[in-house]
Design a protein around this ligand. Structure first.
Ligand SMILES: Cc1ncc(COP(=O)(O)O)c(C=O)c1O
Length: 488
């Protein structure tokens, strides 16, 4: 990345740079129709830190990619990083097991610590790939829904305490995807005490641990009292914070020697104990030489989060964004706008993607308690974020018009995001059967051009054309404020 004078808060790295990802086999981008702005899958639209790219280039230039040992400095670089940044030391070859990914890591941990039929607790809504890992290990998922009040999420202690007595493992997430909580030390200790008392083993997924915001420091599970650490493993990776998820490298930390042996056995049984040469190279360059880049990234993401709060406050105050303490995934609550019933998030997701050119993650993939919520990935240049927010506002304003309704094109108007007054309205359908009047649709998908909609039913000049360049765009959010909170 190049130096920039545009943005005073990023002094060295240019996170405003738009890098086209279309046609790169990106899951996030290329699984969407051309022209849809993808703000779903959890990776970032920023180039990796220069030190990582340089190290990978050097390794590539060697030209031979045979089997390799994991070198000592793979461990020392992590120990230095975590002890200096997070007060967590003791990461050595005797405590850290390299593996291919964090999903592989926690799946192996479940396998190691359970027998078929054992119950595994998750705090829902939670990362959707927790569910298959529990199922695939023939265990039973035990949901402990998080408590939600006024946009804030916390653990329902009574429910957790009751369920812990039945469970064998807690599959924990810190920072928590998707609600964005960074659990405090006292919350962690309370979780740890309940687990110890009930003989529940803790598998802590800390993949998002570097992505925290002012006032919300990350506390590694591994820094809790030793009896809690011994009855746990931590699964972590540099892939999220350094945007190298496709390289696939992760670690399992086990302080207890017996637990370590079990984990070693499990990753061997699952054949995920060998890591690739680029993973090792990238991890060393990330933890060893990319701290400054990470700090600037965090500042940029923090500003992105503030942009979302301000934008929503001005344009769509009924949408509640939970305070983002960590991760770059914002959890948006639409329940003040639409009556919450089964299918709402799904219908909103379809409408936003197919009619508004914006793909968010549907709340219910994180558990039934995600009904009425959507997850927004804000890890992109700010201009792209603003474009996404404008599409969101335009789409929601359309739905709030008396005739606005999103349904599935099934002619029935089922799964309607209606207005809480029990009526269905004329549809804004963009499902191939022609566009409804005043429709906020995503025409031009086919040719890679996407328009930004202004909530006024008209199309205007466009910001992004799918070519990675920015173009003139005259007016955003110019539609009149005509929203009304439904009574529900
Ligand atoms: C909480 C959490 N764990 C694990 C993963 C995936 O990890 P990996 O790609 O290393 O398997 C993600 C990706 O979004 C995640 O959010």
């Amino acid at each position: 990345m190049t130096k920039t004078s545009k943005n005073p808060e990023t002094v060295k790295y240019n996170f405003d740079e738009i890098v086209s990802r279309w046609g790169t086999e990106s899951v996030k981008w290329d699984m969407c129709e051309r022209g849809v702005l993808p703000m779903w899958v959890a990776d970032m639209d920023f180039k990796a830190a220069p030190a990582i790219r340089e190290a990978l280039q050097k390794r590539l230039d060697h030209g031979i990619f045979g089997y390799e040992l994991v070198p000592d400095d793979y461990f020392t670089v992590q120990d230095e990083w975590f002890s200096s940044r997070h007060g967590w030391s003791g990461l050595t070859r005797e405590t850290v097991l390299p593996t291919t990914g964090v999903i592989a890591a926690y799946s192996a941990a479940i396998k190691a610590m359970t027998v078929p039929g054992d119950k595994v607790i998750v705090f829902t809504p939670c990362y959707n790939a927790f569910f298959p890992a529990i199922r695939n290990n023939k265990c039973v998922q035990l949901d402990c829904p998080l408590h939600y009040e006024n946009g804030l999420w916390s653990i329902d202690w009574a429910d957790f305490e009751a369920k812990a007595s039945e469970a064998r493992v807690l599959l924990f997430c810190n920072p928590h995807n998707p609600v964005g909580r960074v659990w405090t030390r006292s919350e962690l200790e309370r979780v740890g005490e309940i687990c110890l008392r009930n003989n529940v083993f803790v598998v802590s997924d800390e993949i998002h641990c570097e992505l925290t915001f002012p006032g919300h420091d990350y506390t590694p599970w591994a820094t809790l009292p030793s009896e809690m650490v011994e009855a746990s493993v931590t699964c972590y990776s540099p892939t999220k914070p350094f945007n190298i998820a496709g390289i696939q490298i992760a670690n399992i930390y086990a302080a207890d020697a017996e637990v370590f042996k079990k984990m070693d056995r499990a990753i061997n049984d699952n054949e995920c104990c060998d890591v690739n040469v680029f993973g090792v190279t990238a991890l060393k360059a990330a933890y060893g030489a990319s701290g400054e880049w990470l700090d600037e990234l965090r500042a940029y993401l923090y500003e992105n989060a503030r942009t979302v709060y301000c934008f929503l406050e001005d344009e769509l105050p009924q949408v509640v964004a939970s305070p983002l303490e960590g991760t770059y995934l914002m959890w948006l609550d639409f329940s003040r706008l639409f009556q919450v019933k089964e299918g709402l998030s799904e219908a909103l997701g379809e409408f936003l993607e197919h009619d508004c050119g914006l793909k968010l993650s549907v709340g219910t993939i994180y558990g039934p308690v995600g009904e009425g919520f959507m997850r927004l990935n804000i890890a992109c240049p700010r201009s792209v974020l603003l474009e996404g927010l404008q599409r969101l506002v335009a789409g929601i304003r359309f739905l709030l018009k008396p005739h606005g309704c999103c349904h599935h094109g099934d002619g029935e108007g089922g799964h309607c995001c209606h207005h809480g007054e029990g009526e269905e309205h004329e549809c804004c359908h963009g499902h191939g059967e022609g566009h409804g009047e005043g429709c906020c649709h995503g025409e031009g998908h086919g040719d890679g051009e996407h328009c930004c909609h202004h909530g006024d039913g008209e199309e205007h000049e466009c910001c992004h054309h799918g070519d990675g360049e920015e173009h003139e765009c005259g007016h955003h959010g110019s539609g009149s404020r005509e929203m009304q909170a439904p009574e529900n």
